[in-house]
Ligand binder design. Structure first.
Ligand code: SF4
Ligand code: SF4
Length: 704
């Protein structure tokens, strides 16, 4: 239920023009008042692109036979997808101002359409996936019972438990009376086996006021039938919402101007190649600023993402400042293990560390960085507000002008500047899609396929993804991983690079992708099938899902023990000085350690031990002795020593602490932070900020 806490967006729909509306304001096309569409919160719906429509229609045909796709989703209709909480990816399917059902991804089974009555009625009596109920079973079925085996008259061949089916009446019209999931095979159904045949999800009920006979005898179109509503296109959706889009863009650009004037810092935009950062970049330009563009290549990006960043900056004539994580991910993979949602060390090593390096190099006095962050993306983002400091990136003040924008508004804003996708509906009024005010000097039109030049959004949005990050991100759902694999295998069969990109980018990507697939192939099968590697501690929902479907017994190998400092209980006070002994849980390399203890004070080597200031000694087998004038200080010194030793032993060379050093005393050498003793003032700032080593050391995965 976490999504509910993100807030609730109320989508509206103009029933006259058949277009979605961002607010309850008169439609910009016809002036009619729109009506609300009840979506599952938060209701952050997004456009369904051609790829999504094809997938939905294919699923409809596969589940319900020929013609089902076109009947469910006729051409020329606006379709939205609304992500809802689930074990993996589930989207509500919204069209003609109503929710037709869900498209859900079931690990191990694939995408499945789960229709509501309004969607099922569009199918009529389908070619397959139908069950005919005995008239005698209908009264209880319509009073919210499941369909039992003895109540089945007939069923289409090939139904398996778990398949979606529509339940038809035994009348000449074969009316759809319910829809749900089969609990037995076709053969079991027609033999009228005992037990539940169909677990009903949705049934005829709202129109049963005239009684069962009235429902079954009713003539005319069912509520979900086609032909009752008009066609529309995305251009019309933009026009219908034009007033809201323009007002919100004005509000956002005023925010950009106000913040940049107040802070007086150099201005940049963090552009990730995603739609939110694209909208943010356009808004900053429309505010009259000429930002530098910051991009970190994590080494795990889709080549189309890198291409999009270069193309957009070049088309807009903006200076692009980049930093690369190079092979940081692969170098640190053995140290930290597979990245997980609750251990995103990769983000720190491959994104925030390089961003810190980039900012300290290009903006030593700090930078105001506009970032396309939206509250509906996660609880953490919802809590952040539109202006923040990131503890992992010193020197960067982040601000988001689209913090409260729903995804649909982001897309409509982009369409309003670049042009809308999809074929025009014949007979609709032609429109001119001119560039927005900030884009007047740019070249090239909309190139949504990620070509070498021109403005456009990342082509992966038109391959079924709604969130684009690193290709192996543990926050990715299994459905998206499958879409990516499917797309890449299509291209490898045709021996082309993804998206027609140059061979080098494609080659680098496919070698990284292969390397990742090899890393996953070492896992037990169930860990791959259900993507269990994506958590260190499995969330409750996933545990329940597994318990219901796949009892697990395969465990992952135990990770190496974590380095820890274990202190003896005994503290000795003598003449105003307290001492305490302890031991690190494995031997230490004192040569490597001596440099990284400099922030704690003067470091000297003596008789195979290190002396730190006059308060600590460290021995090669891991033993330590501490001295201080009070017990409290003893504790504090022990924490500092532990922090410094852990960081030194496990340093991933991310560079986050380097950016914290105001003396320029830290550099990354051969993948590790190194301290210049001549510059270090032992201020301790590098030890106070976060570090992925101490935040995400190797941890075991939870028991299944
Ligand atoms: S010690 Fe510094 S450079 Fe090394 S992993 Fe920690 S924050 Fe990154
Ligand atoms: S931040 Fe720089 S100067 Fe301060 S202790 Fe660390 S290395 Fe030394």
């Amino acid at each position: 239920m976490a999504q509910v806490r993100l807030g609730r967006i109320t989508l509206h729909w103009c029933r006259t023009c058949n277009v979605p509306m961002l607010r309850q304001r008169p439609c910009g096309l016809c002036g009619a008042e729109p009506s609300p569409v009840p979506l599952t919160p938060p209701g952050d719906a997004r456009p369904a692109f051609e790829f999504d429509l094809r997938l939905l229609r294919e699923r409809a045909e596969e589940q319900f036979g020929r013609g089902a796709g076109g009947r469910l989703l006729p051409d020329g209709r606006i379709v939205l997808l609304n992500r809802i909480p689930d074990v993996d990816r589930t989207d509500e399917l919204v069209s003609d101002g109503t929710v037709l059902g869900n498209i859900t991804y079931l690990p191990g089974r694939g995408f499945q359409l789960q229709l509501r009555m309004v969607g099922a009625e569009r199918l009529g009596a389908p070619e397959r996936g139908w069950v005919v109920a005995d008239d005698g079973a209908l009264p209880s079925l319509l009073r919210s019972s499941n369909l039992l085996g003895p109540g089945v008259l007939d069923a289409s061949p090939g139904i398996r438990p778990g398949d979606e089916v529509v339940v038809l009446s035994d009348s000449a019209e074969r009316r759809v009376v319910a829809v749900g999931a089969a609990r037995m095979t076709s053969e079991e159904m027609v033999s009228r086996a005992r037990g539940a045949a169909v677990k009903v999800r949705s049934r005829l009920e709202s129109r049963t006021t005239g009684g069962l006979d009235a429902v079954l005898r009713s003539e005319g179109e069912p509520s979900g039938s086609v032909g009752l509503v008009s066609s529309s296109d995305w251009g019309e959706v933009v026009e219908a919402n034009r007033a809201v889009l323009d007002a919100e863009a004005r509000r956002a650009t005023a925010f950009v101007r106000d913040i940049s004037e107040r802070l007086g810092l150099p201005v940049a935009v963090s552009y990730s190649g995603g739609k939110d950062s694209l909208a943010t970049l356009l808004l900053v330009l429309e505010a009259g600023l000429r930002p530098k563009v910051l991009f970190v290549d994590t080494g795990l990006e889709f080549p189309e993402t890198v291409q999009n960043v270069i193309s957009v900056c070049s088309a807009l004539g903006l200076e692009l400042l980049t930093e690369s994580a190079a092979s940081s991910f692969w170098r640190n993979l053995p140290r930290f293990g597979l990245p997980a949602r609750d251990a995103r060390w990769c983000c720190k090593c491959c994104k925030l560390g390089p961003m810190t390096r980039l900012i300290s190099r290009e903006f030593p006095r700090g930078v105001l960085s506009f970032i396309g962050q939206r509250r509906y993306e996660s609880e953490a983002r919802a809590l952040k507000g539109p202006l923040w400091r990131n503890p992992w990136v010193p020197g960067q003040t982040g601000a988001s002008p689209i913090q409260n924008w729903p995804a649909l508004q982001v897309w409509l804003y982009i369409f309003s500047r670049f042009g809308a996708p999809g074929p025009r509906v014949s007979g609709s009024t032609p429109r001119h899609w001119g560039p927005g005010p900030a884009l007047e000097k740019t070249e090239g039109g909309n190139r949504r396929e990620g070509g070498p030049s021109g403005l456009g959004w990342n082509p992966w949005y038109e391959r079924g993804l709604d969130r684009i990050g690193c290709f192996l991100c543990p926050a990715t759902n299994l459905a998206d991983f499958e879409l990516v694999r499917g797309f890449l295998s299509d291209f490898s069969r045709r021996e082309e690079g993804p998206g027609g990109l140059d061979g080098t980018a494609s080659l680098a990507f496919s070698s990284a992708f292969t390397r990742w697939e090899e890393a996953l192939s070492a896992l037990p099968e169930s860990w791959r099938l259900y993507g269990l590697w994506r958590w260190r501690r499995l969330p409750r929902g996933m545990k329940i899902y597994l318990a219901q479907r796949a009892p697990m017994s395969e465990a992952l190998p135990t990770p190496p023990p974590v380095l820890e400092l274990v202190l003896e209980d005994e503290r000795v006070g003598d003449g105003g000085l307290w001492t305490q002994k302890g031991r690190f849980t494995r031997p230490l390399d004192l040569n490597a350690l001596s440099n990284r203890l400099i922030p704690l004070g003067r470091v000297g080597a003596e008789a195979e031990r290190l002396l730190v200031g006059d308060w600590a000694e460290v021995h090669p087998e891991g033993g330590v002795a501490l001295r201080a004038e009070s017990v409290e200080r003893l504790q504090r010194l022990a924490e500092l020593l532990r922090e410094a030793v852990l960081r030194a032993e496990g340093c991933a060379g991310c560079g986050v602490c380097v950016g914290r050093c105001g003396e320029g005393a830290m550099t990354i050498v051969e993948g590790r932070a190194v301290i210049d003793a001549g510059r270090c003032t032992s201020c301790g700032a590098c030890l106070r900020g976060p570090c992925p080593v101490t935040a995400y050391g190797p941890m075991g995965h939870s028991e299944i």
